[in-house]
Design a protein around this ligand. Structure first.
Ligand SMILES: Nc1ncnc2c1ncn2[C@@H]1O[C@H](COP(=O)(O)OP(=O)(O)OP(=O)(O)O)[C@@H](O)[C@H]1O
Ligand SMILES: [Mg+2]
Length: 226
């Protein structure tokens, strides 16, 4: 059954600088089911990163309601409640990886799982499993500076999956990768979406859009399915 999972109602976000008011998102309404891989497209400056930050509870809107598998409006939570909610339910992957430089690939992936109180042996098993799926079984003990850009990005994706988040948000996760590594990452997402996850990723890459279930395009303040 296609049960509604993520709902956005009347979302508005504007930025005001010294002279102008830029309405980036203007009265957005959206209803998405889970187990989907969704490509978020739109011209540079259209609001993809802004939208991802809002869905990740990293920014506040001017108006709107946001429900994710709950009837609570997540925008109304306190900062502490937002970070607790995020830790348990949402993973965000940024373009610049944000790996911890003095930890190995394996330790980077294990860390968020250990924070949940998981045992070290179970965490180790999960992390090894994910890194193997990412084609990094021979890089487990490398620190980020001993990894290529594509390898670092695959570690970041493995890390984003270890706590089985309900929602994965990725802002141009393949932006700095060659097409082969971009496909590897997309395949990881495709394999993962069946684990009750919704994955939304911003991209300019048409071949990745074609492998997604849906394309959502932002332009002129509106969000539409293509
Ligand atoms: N903190 C801010 N203050 C003022 N304007 C901002 C701020 N953040 C973003 N903007 C503006 O909002 C618009 C949307 O920016 P955003 O970064 O969301 O675009 P994008 O679709 O992610 O673009 P790109 O494809 O280049 O990454 C842009 O016009 C940008 O200049
Ligand atoms: Mg952006």
């Amino acid at each position: 059954m296609n049960k509604s999972f993520l709902q956005i109602k009347s979302l508005k976000k504007k930025f005001i600088d010294s002279t102008d008011e830029i309405v980036v998102l203007d009265d957005i309404n959206l209803d998405l089911t889970t187990n989907k891989l969704i490509a978020l497209t739109g011209p540079s400056g259209s609001g993809k990163s802004t939208f991802i930050h809002l869905l990740g509870l990293l920014d506040i809107p001017d108006r709107g309601e946001y429900n994710l598998d709950t009837s609570k409006n997540l925008f109304n939570l306190s900062d502490k409640e937002k970070s607790d909610y995020r830790r348990r339910n949402i993973s965000i992957v940024f373009q610049n990886f944000n790996l911890i430089s003095d930890l190995t690939a394996l330790e980077n992936v294990m860390l968020p799982n250990l924070y949940t109180g998981e045992s070290k042996s179970k965490s180790l098993e999960l992390a090894k499993n994910l890194l193997t799926k990412a084609g990094l079984e021979n890089r487990l003990n490398h620190t980020p500076k001993e990894l290529s850009g594509g390898e670092q990005q695959r570690v970041a994706i493995a890390r984003s999956l270890i706590n089985k988040p309900k929602l994965i948000l990725a802002d141009e996760p393949t932006g700095s990768l060659d097409s082969k590594n971009a496909e590897v990452i997309l395949d990881m997402f495709i394999n993962f979406k069946d684990e009750n996850s919704l994955i939304l990723f911003a991209t300019h890459n048409k071949s990745l859009v074609n492998k997604s279930d849906l394309e959502l395009t932002i332009s002129n303040g509106t969000v539409n399915f293509n």
